[in-house]
Design a protein around this ligand. Sequence first.
Ligand SMILES: C[S@@+](CC[C@H](N)C(=O)[O-])C[C@H]1O[C@@H](n2cnc3c(N)ncnc32)[C@H](O)[C@@H]1O
Length: 261
Amino acid sequence: MNKNIQRENTQSTKIFDHRSLANDYRTLVPLLKKGMRVLDVGCGTGAITKDIANAIGPEGSITGIDNTKSFIESGQSTYATVSNMQLLHADIFKFEPEDRFDLIVSARVLQWLSNPLEALLKMKTLLRPDGILSILDYNHTKIEWAPAIPHSMRQFYDTFLKWRSNAGMDNEIADHLPELMATAGFHSIEVFNSDEYYDRSRTDFQAKTGIWSKVAGSSQMVEEGYLDDDLRLLAIREYDAWVEREAVSMTMKLKEVRGVN
Ligand SMILES: C[S@@+](CC[C@H](N)C(=O)[O-])C[C@H]1O[C@@H](n2cnc3c(N)ncnc32)[C@H](O)[C@@H]1O
């Protein structure tokens, strides 16, 4: 693995490790019942997966899959004692388990796929009849910062959305999910607001708002000709200063969309 990817994976591991069911997938909590058999698609390092494992109890079981090996290895080592959870290095499009699941969850994953409908169709084949699919994802075009972020980071962010869109990713996937799920054949579709709101009263305010400096830390968009490296470095400097001195809040717009098989 090249050094850039390794560094970015290490940073992502830290971000994913701090996630929890209560803070980062809160609308799912009422759905979880003891004894359920659950699949978590794109589980990262398994932090949310482990909380779901606790909620469904020892009579339930959860499988987390992720196609990034280092995330799965990190989770396997951190949560080795969680006996009703298994973490597997697997790609959703190639995953062929023996049994069907009562519930499939997938948080912040479809935003990265150029073929989200195919992913929903694949997940549908892994659900038992009447099983439930829950997808949690962003609308990146609706993010709110107060006050406005520096112009350099605004330019970086707009370029990031263009880069994503050119790569086939849907920046507004949260708002397209109900229609996509209906197209995939799910019924009884429900939508829950799951916005992530961060203000200075939170101890993790700097870590959460600082995510955009980390995204700008990657030189991939420079290498692909989308961005001048000076602008990227300026965006990091000015945004870090904004987080430190001026930032009041950041709201990332998310929805949980649920459907029945
Ligand atoms: C932003 S992370 C979300 C991690 C975790 N669900 C959370 O909410 O913290 C997205 C994850 O999806 C995984 N992923 C992307 N495409 C995938 C695929 N085709 N099959 C399995 N996992 C995938 C990535 O490796 C990454 O760990």
